[in-house]
Design a protein around this ligand. Sequence first.
Ligand SMILES: [Ca+2]
Length: 251
Amino acid sequence: MKKTTGIALALLLAMAGYGFGQAGAAPDGFVRINGGTFTMGSPANEPGRYDDNEGPQHQVTVGSFTMGKYEVTQKEYEEVMGTNPSNFKGDNLPVEFVSWFDAVEYCNKRSQKEGLTPAYTINGRDVTWNRSANGYRLPTEAEWEYACRAGTTTAYNTGASITDNTGWYKDNSDEKTHPVGQKSANAWGLYDMHGNVAEWCWEWADSGAFPVKRGGGWRSPARFVRSAYRSTYTRGGRGYDVGFRVARNAP
Ligand SMILES: [Ca+2]
């Protein structure tokens, strides 16, 4: 009887995880993002819109995936890589001063450490993604924006105008990173999608010349932490306001 109850409860929990809203069953520190279709990019009349590279808006369908609730912290990075390159030091601060290549290497090493199949084949600076692998990886730009918006269509996932609670940016950061998860989560349970550190995505823009980062960071003006804002960095470049968060294919 007791055993049956336990199984029923587990089933109920599993069903709840998949049945209610976007966020569901996922490992600790992760949120399951159920796939769907959304409007990617910003409308031409969005205040603060930076560049035509945010549009034209288009419909994008993304599959289900899991994503870190937080930016990768320095503690998490050091446990896997054995080093901490960050400028601002603190276990629970987001790791920064990591290049796109550092980020994909972290993903693979963490996958290996946890017995998962690495998502990337890395030969120097030639990186290919095995899309069926279950290991850690960077989100695609579409996944990132879909997750950031969490169903919103406004400039920020907190509304049309930035507020102190939207995230850490130029006007409230005191010119430094902050421990992850201090501001409110978005509707799907993700923290710091706006600001703190900008986050590497899988894609390279400008005909594959430069890696893309999203969300802006602690020194970005409000317009550069908008959901649709896209920016790039030099090949192999590192910045005190650039980190990443990891994703995985949904089980
Ligand atoms: Ca961020």
